[in-house]
Design a protein around this ligand. Structure first.
Ligand code: WTA
Length: 672
């Protein structure tokens, strides 16, 4: 594909890749009941409790969410209507006034929680910090005032490009407090990727740090921001606010760059939360799709607040004494919903960890659990598989007895990893909540409730109350039990994405038109294949589009292809995912070269580095293969299924009759 930009997102459903087949699904019939002791204390104590609340929510979703909104959140003004659904556009709690920073902070200050630990932070080189609700509130108010002084007004977008330090959460809450939507960009993205996102969001200010510590290295975040803004490439950005973290030397541009700690010194801690309309934008978060540039997923205030609040409380059976730890980065939706907003809205203690597992620190997660007495631990299958490889001696040498609930997210968890998590970490007494959801859904969609839902290794089990999920064929007809199909959501929910930033049309095409609306009913197309078993349990089978998941990070193959073809040596590029034992998938690129260029190991390294510079290290191809031509159908489409087979080293079987030139196939196989 020489220029993969035309007509983005118009992928007709028939191009979505093969419908998942039953053969591809592992047969699994182990069933684990919730531990009796935990169930006895839980809000939902039995499967019939779950079924009852599910039935209640399904019978009248608006009444269900309305009741919870009143019970669980503080409102400056009540809403007039729970749901206004003009497919595919939804409005929740219209007429209401609310502020999520108020719900996460202020309302706890008049209770015993005022001096409870809100945020416990464990820094990578071993430093740590705890902020109580009162302290967190104070710092958020100060930074909200700093943002105002720097000219940020309600509605202005703010870019956040930070390491995993408390200031990242403070920055998000400060933006929310004054009604300035944030756009957090994961600190592992390159300057190029950052610039694209700042430009698309028209960010007025960027909050960053001099650097961060990641995998035994210092990451020069401020330098990346300088590169992103160089040559006035993101002209909307007027100021940069810099947290001092590493103390490595950086360049501060007079007039544009400001030290966080200097401005904080004189900032007032009095900053009332701005009453926001329910549907005011809370944040934009960019995510990869099958085509085109990453999409700015838009979330709004009230529905997101309610849904992350309720899902955190019920899915983790949150108790006042819990020490809750989610290992995600705040640069992803998991960090937004389940490190910051959901836990804080509930007045919980949330742990934030700057480190990531790596060979030099094979016990790092278990150390944090032991040190703080973590009771709820939420991580990703890729991390679990990494720890399996590192050996059981590390967790076994730590005291993990504080744990009571385990969670997983990001990709399907293989039963083997599930069983290891269950036995070695959970000591067979902690339920595992396998939560299926997406950037677009804002919160958990399919997940067990730990005291109520019996679990099966590898299944995300049943939909959350209020969520109506189906597995359908391309015409939107439900498929039979145990037959593979496309996962869809058939009724709107409070934290659904409202649109793609600045592009309603793309929103409609990407999520609502792959499966044709039937009888006026719009189905939300998740992009995942799934099957539902005879117990109504969902088994997620992975993406059916050209999105791959590398260590749980979502990457569009077309983004990586665009990065590759922007290199002068590359004529065409096709990128596919190859199954990897630890990372889930890794990136393999097939490339044809321009005129005089010749394939070599040096060029391979150069192209890998080029992708790192264009997107970030998470997208680095692990394998590059040069070819004279890419396999195409007679109508000129790259045959990705075939490339996937080749990438994984398997023999190509099945129908290759549409292949334009069979010699292409032989050549590619030889290079492998
Ligand atoms: C995948 C992450 C299986 C899925 C919260 C989805 C999962 C994509 C699970 C969204 C799970 C997430 N089981 N697959 N429990 N959770 N996925 O937007 O393919 O980064 O579409 O959100 O991750 O990735 P995203």
């Amino acid at each position: 594909m020489s220029n993969p930009t035309s007509n983005p997102d118009s992928t007709p459903a028939s191009n979505l890749g093969s419908t998942p087949t039953i053969e591809s699904i592992l047969h699994e019939d182990r069933l684990f009941q919730p531990p009796a002791e935990l169930a006895a204390q839980a809000k939902f104590k039995s499967f019939s409790d779950y079924e009852a609340i599910y039935a209640k929510a399904k019978a009248d979703p608006a009444a269900f969410w309305g009741e919870l909104a009143q019970q669980e959140l503080h409102w400056f003004e009540p809403w007039k209507q729970v749901l206004d659904w003009r497919p595919p556009f939804a409005k929740w709690f219209e007429g209401g006034k609310i502020n999520i920073s108020y719900n996460c902070l202020d309302r706890h200050l008049t209770t015993w929680r005022k001096n409870k630990a809100a945020l416990i932070w464990e820094g990578e080189p071993g430093d740590s910090r705890t902020l109580t609700y009162a302290q967190l509130h104070r710092e958020v108010c100060q930074m909200a005032n700093v943002l105002k002084e720097l000219g940020v007004q309600k509605g202005d977008r703010v870019g956040i490009y930070m390491p995993m330090i408390p200031e990242a959460a403070i920055a998000m809450l400060a933006c929310a407090r004054i009604g300035a939507p944030h756009s957090v960009v994961f600190g592992g993205f390159s300057a190029e990727a950052l610039r694209d996102r700042l430009v698309d969001a028209q960010a007025k200010l960027v909050i960053t740090a001099d650097g961060g510590f990641r995998k035994d290295k210092v990451v020069a975040l401020k330098e990346q921001v300088d590169n992103a803004l160089a040559n006035n490439a993101a002209p909307s950005v007027q100021n940069v606010l810099v947290v001092q973290r590493t103390k490595e030397p950086i360049i501060m541009e007079t007039g544009r760059d400001h030290w966080w700690h200097e401005l904080q010194t004189n900032a007032s801690a009095d900053c009332p939360a701005e009453p926001m309309n329910s549907e005011d934008m809370l944040f934009i978060l960019y995510t990869s799709g099958s085509t085109g540039k990453p999409k700015g997923v838009v979330h709004t205030t009230a529905g997101y607040n309610l849904y992350t609040h309720v899902t955190t409380q019920w899915t983790f059976d949150l108790q006042d004494t819990d020490i809750y730890w989610c290992t995600a980065d705040v640069g992803w939706i998991t960090g937004h919903s389940y490190i910051v907003y959901g836990p804080l809205s509930n007045g919980a203690t949330t742990v934030m960890y700057e480190g990531v597992p790596r060979p030099s620190n094979p016990g790092c997660f278990w150390d944090v659990i032991e040190k703080y007495g973590v009771t709820i631990f939420y991580t990703a299958p890729t991390a679990i598989r990494t720890f399996i490889k590192m050996g059981d001696q590390h967790p076994k040498a730590r005291n993990l007895s504080s744990l009571r609930i385990l969670g997983t997210v990001g990709e399907p968890i293989n039963p083997e990893a599930w069983m290891w998590y269950h036995t070695v970490i959970g000591k067979e007494r902690c339920p595992i909540v396998d939560t299926w959801w997406q950037t677009e859904t804002g919160g958990f969609m399919i997940t067990p409730l730990p005291g109520a839902t019996p679990t099966k290794p590898g299944s995300a089990t049943r939909p959350f109350p209020g969520i109506l999920a189906e597995v359908v064929d391309l015409d939107g007809n439900p498929v039979a039990d145990n037959e593979g199909g496309y996962l869809v959501i058939t009724h709107p929910w409070p934290s659904m994405l409202r649109t793609v930033y600045g592009d309603d049309d793309r929103f409609r095409r990407t999520y609502w038109e792959h499966i044709a609306p039937k009888d006026g009913q719009y189905l939300y197309f998740a992009g995942d294949g799934a099957r539902r078993d005879e117990d109504g349990y969902f088994w997620i089978m992975g993406r059916v589009d050209d999105v791959i998941s590398v260590s749980g990070h979502r990457l569009g193959t077309m983004e990586i292809e665009s990065a590759l073809v922007s290199h002068p040596a590359v004529a065409e590029a096709a990128v596919v995912g190859r199954p990897d034992e630890v990372k889930g998938e890794d990136v393999v690129a097939f490339i044809t070269l321009e005129g005089t260029y010749r394939g070599s190991d040096t060029l391979k390294s150069e192209l890998k580095q080029h992708v790192v510079a264009e997107i970030g290290a998470i997208a680095r191809p692990s394998d590059i293969r040069f070819a004279d031509a890419l396999p195409k159908t007679r109508s000129g489409k790259i045959m990705r299924r075939l490339l996937r087979t080749l990438a994984s080293g398997q023999e190509v079987s099945g129908d290759t009759s549409t292949l334009e030139d069979r010699s292409v196939l032989d050549a590619l196989r030889e290079d492998a």
